[in-house]
Design a protein around this ligand. Structure first.
Ligand code: SF4
Length: 387
């Protein structure tokens, strides 16, 4: 059974009705089961995501902290995103790079990729997340393969966040040096998925949903998935993302599975969030996922504010992006001030380029590293090596 079959079973599930019926006793019972691998079932996850569980944040946090220390120690992995192309043929209504937003598109040359890679590596970063829009005519396999092999000279782990591909394509990029895959379903609710992806290849819900499975079969050692909070109803979306992560963990035990909690931020040409996820609900979601899956990686990006990210370290987060730029060539190639330490340096962006989304935590890599140490944790730049 693929995850599509499982997801189909929940398309008509009455999430609102279920959540309203959850009592404090139900939450307490689910919380009491936390600790052992796979001991919590799907109803426990629903209970912990329900409004009734909002009153249990403190005991949930204590248990989540314990489990995170047990499975990960006091560590926070660091990575940086690197955009190499912003050409895109999709019409995602929430994204600044969508096909109808008018701005000068760009794609880095191999020389520029090398320059950008060196600038990022000079910051101490060893794990890179490489991103493109979906425009295979502009970024064909040959281009991507060459880009990955250049990055492999500078980084010890290369994660791809590109368009969904066939298993054979993933194998090819894996052989070039990529080892991980990030793909967000964006929204698990099928009707809403159709609404926010009206045109372009991304409108194929099933093909996108099955992407992590193709990636795992192609040999990637780590998968990072998630839903874009702001589109669908947060409780239902958090549940589906958790269900998806557990499915992947059980089907592919050799793969490291993580979840991200991207919240929509302002994007030029993009729609405003319809279903806001509050800070408290964000924390509750993270805690519920941790209790449901003790060895799940949890990634928090620079979409979140510095003050909020500082607090999340103690609540189960395991991986942070640092010093991020969300425009093509944003580290050096198109933005020479960004890594030079000049005024507005690390957080600066070139006013002539377009970002996919606005960053909220603009601190440099060294500032984030200091914060992690000051919190009693160890920043981890490298926990994987490409051979
Ligand atoms: S979210 Fe990705 S696929 Fe959609 S428009 Fe933006 S870059 Fe393209």
């Amino acid at each position: 059974m693929s995850f599509l079959d499982l997801a189909d079973q929940y398309q008509s599930f009455d999430f609102d009705g279920y959540f309203q019926g959850v009592t404090p006793v139900d939450v307490g019972t689910s919380l009491g089961k936390a600790g052992d691998m796979n001991r919590l079932d799907v109803y426990d996850l629903l209970n912990l995501l329900s409004p009734a569980a909002a009153e249990f944040l403190e005991p949930m946090a204590q248990k989540a902290r314990e489990l995170t220390l047990q499975y990960f120690g006091r560590t926070i992995g660091l990575y940086a995103p690197m955009y190499i192309s912003d050409f895109c043929s999709n019409h995602c209504t929430y994204c600044g790079f969508n096909a109808v937003t008018d701005f000068p598109r760009t794609r880095l040359t191999m020389e520029e990729i090398e320059t950008e890679a060196k600038a990022i590596a000079d910051l101490g970063i060893r794990h890179i997340l490489v991103l493109t829009g979906e425009a295979p005519a502009k970024t064909p396999m040959g281009y991507l393969e060459e880009a990955v092999s250049i990055l492999a000279r500078h980084f010890s782990s290369i994660a791809l966040e590109m368009f969904p591909m066939e298993e054979a394509d993933y194998r090819q990029l894996s052989e070039a040096g990529a080892d991980s895959l990030t793909v967000y379903q964006e929204v698990y609710d099928q009707a809403l998925y159709k609404e926010v992806h009206p045109k372009g290849p991304k409108s194929d819900y099933a093909f996108r949903l099955l992407t992590p499975e193709r990636g795992a079969r192609a040999g990637f050692r780590a998968l990072n998935i998630g839903t874009l909070f702001g589109l669908g109803k947060p409780g239902a979306e958090a549940f589906m993302a958790g269900l998806h992560a557990r499915y992947l963990e059980q089907e592919f035990p050799h793969v490291e599975v993580s979840l991200s909690l991207p919240r929509m931020t302002k994007a030029e040409g993009g729609i405003a969030p319809k279903n806001h996820l509050s800070d408290a609900a964000f924390v509750q979601t993270m805690l519920a996922w941790r209790l449901f899956m003790p060895r799940l990686g949890i990634t928090v990006s620079t979409r979140e504010s510095a003050a909020f990210r500082d607090r999340l370290i103690h609540l189960g987060a395991t991986r942070y992006s640092a010093g991020s730029k969300t425009d093509v060539g944003g580290y050096l190639v198109r933005n020479p001030g960004a890594s030079s330490g000049e005024p507005g340096g690390p957080g600066a962006k070139n006013p002539d380029t377009t970002v996919q989304f606005e960053i909220t935590d603009n601190r440099s890599v060294s500032e984030i590293t200091e914060m992690i140490r000051a919190s009693g944790y160890q920043p981890v730049f490298k926990d994987w090596e490409i051979f």
